[in-house]
Design a protein around this ligand. Structure first.
Ligand code: ZN
Length: 222
């Protein structure tokens, strides 16, 4: 990946793919479609509509298979991202060695067991060890791992490991809180339950450091 990839999540080597994006108040909107895959996925969704007792030809559903296929490609665009490269593209030498916390990062992912959304917030901290990273890159790393079929536990560990490996800080802390639609819409229907996962390295193994991080992410500073 070249420096121009700094604004994109990944490079498209396939010329059939269209790739547009816009920065909208800090939210990166990405539409990317592989036309061949869209057509194939849409064919399968048309059959699924039929199998659940619908008429895929009726007006309201006529374009649904294609729309669902495009939505699915968007929701899984993390497969095309290189999270380590996202961090490496904005690393700076800096002597700052206090905890850096980025909290309330929006998470949108899909559980790999039911392919239903789970969503919530991620809170991430690291303690620099010679390098810092551009703050906007942390949410992009979250997005790169979240926009795949996931389980929340693995998502948490992958984010931690990526930051630890790339930035080599004195410690990394990741806490993720999500609601899972596979729990609230089906099965046990615990409508308001939130799943919390956490992962730590280095100095965050110490109670004092971890407590400071937890205090910072629960403090209401606004
Ligand atoms: Zn699930």
């Amino acid at each position: 990946m070249s420096n121009t990839s700094d604004k994109s999540i990944g490079l498209m080597d396939d010329k059939t793919q269209k790739f547009t994006e816009e920065e909208n108040e800090g939210y990166l909107k990405i539409d990317r479609y592989n036309e061949d895959k869209i057509a194939t996925i849409a064919t399968h969704y048309k059959d699924i509509l039929f199998q659940i007792g619908e008429n895929p030809e009726r007006e309201g559903l006529h374009k649904t298979p294609e729309r669902v296929a495009k939505a699915l490609q968007f929701l899984t665009h993390g497969y095309d991202a290189d999270p380590e490269q996202i961090l490496r593209s904005a690393m700076f030498k800096e002597e700052y060695s206090q905890m850096v916390v980025v909290k309330d990062i929006e998470v949108f992912s899909m559980c790999e067991h039911h392919m239903l959304p789970f969503f919530g917030k991620a809170h991430i901290a690291y303690i620099p060890n010679g390098h810092i990273v551009g703050l906007s890159k942390i949410p992009r790393v979250v997005d790169a791992f979240a926009r795949r079929l996931q389980v929340q536990e693995r998502l948490t560990n992958e984010i931690r490991d990526c930051i630890q490996k790339t930035l080599n800080p004195a410690g990394v802390a990741v806490v993720i809180e999500c609601k899972h639609l596979c729990m609230s819409m089906r099965g046990i229907q615990k409508q308001n339950s939130v799943t919390t996962t956490s992962a730590f390295t280095g100095e965050f193994a110490q109670d004092k450091t971890r407590a400071e991080f937890l205090r910072l992410i629960t403090a209401n500073l606004h």
